[in-house]
Write a protein that binds this ligand. Structure first.
Ligand code: BTN
Length: 265
């Protein structure tokens, strides 16, 4: 196990990305790597700074949820980006991270993870990876974005309630995997897609998401929009900003910017 700690010395020899992950801050324990990355961003840390923790005591998920961060079992990582993008394009950045995660898991472990909009990775219908992007912007200019990713790599089980919805690469592949290998593959693939996005190639990266997600078209979904509102219908692709298009029973198409797919078939 010791050689698989996510220490800079273990990662740097395997790093294939050129900018993401060249500066690494490693914690045995921290509240949330996203918070640590935000502090570093405010202190002027460069783009690509990577914050890693073996354990998070206050791991955060989307929509105010918490993220279970068992010591040494998963990847708990945050990347600091200073993108040249309009704030409205940051949603696509999050979709890009999901594509990179799915590609990395396939390359490093041979497991094909589906993407549930916007950015949950599923194996056998259960979640193995989540992404939380947080942005600081002033007017129409992005100061920085923190992309936080949690991957359940070597968890052998989960607390009962969570176990109905969560899984790990180890549970699905029936063997442990190298966190270093998954992480380095993720950083490479994310960097390539991120560069493509900044070359204004939004449509190309959205197509990569569509190609990897069974949720893109023809899935019957219920989307929780918060505040007691829900949308039900059949998925009909993504808008150019990465919103989910849902065709309602009356034929109208609604674009969902933010929400949670709570039921699907
Ligand atoms: C979600 O699916 O709700 C998003 C989960 C994101 C979890 C990661 S773990 C590393 C980073 N630090 C956090 O506190 N959250 C993200």
């Amino acid at each position: 196990m010791a050689q698989d700690l996510l220490l800079p010395d273990s990662i740097l020899p395997h790093l294939k990305s050129h900018r993401l992950g060249t500066t690494i801050h490693h914690f045995l324990e921290t509240g949330s790597t996203n918070d640590a990355a935000r502090q570093l961003a405010e202190q002027g840390s460069p783009e690509g700074t990577l914050v890693l923790a073996e354990e998070q005591t206050q791991g955060r998920g989307r929509l105010g949820r918490s993220w279970l961060s068992e010591r040494g079992a998963g990847i708990y990582a945050s990347i600091l980006l200073r993108p040249v993008l309009k704030p409205r394009h940051t949603a696509i950045l999050t979709l890009v991270a999901a594509v990179a995660g799915s590609e990395a898991i396939e390359q490093a472990c041979g497991l094909r993870a589906d993407i549930k909009w916007p950015n949950d990775l599923l194996l056998s219908g259960r979640k193995c990876c989540g992404i939380l992007s947080e942005m600081q912007a002033g007017g129409d200019v992005i100061r920085y974005v923190i992309v936080g990713i949690g991957i359940n790599v070597n968890h052998s089980d989960f607390p009962e309630e969570l176990g109905r919805r969560a899984t790990s690469l180890r549970i699905e592949g029936k063997r442990p995997y190298s966190r270093v290998a998954v992480l380095c593959e993720f950083l490479l693939r994310f960097e390539l897609l991120y560069d493509e996005l900044q070359r204004s190639n939004c449509l190309a990266v959205l197509q990569r998401w569509v190609d990897r997600s069974s949720f893109a078209f023809g899935k019957q979904v219920t989307v929780d929009l918060g505040s007691g509102k829900r949308v039900e219908g059949q998925t009909a692709g993504l808008s150019e900003l990465g919103n989910l298009k849902v065709k309602l029973a009356d034929g109208r198409v609604e674009e969902v910017m933010s929400g949670d797919i709570v039921a699907w078939r």
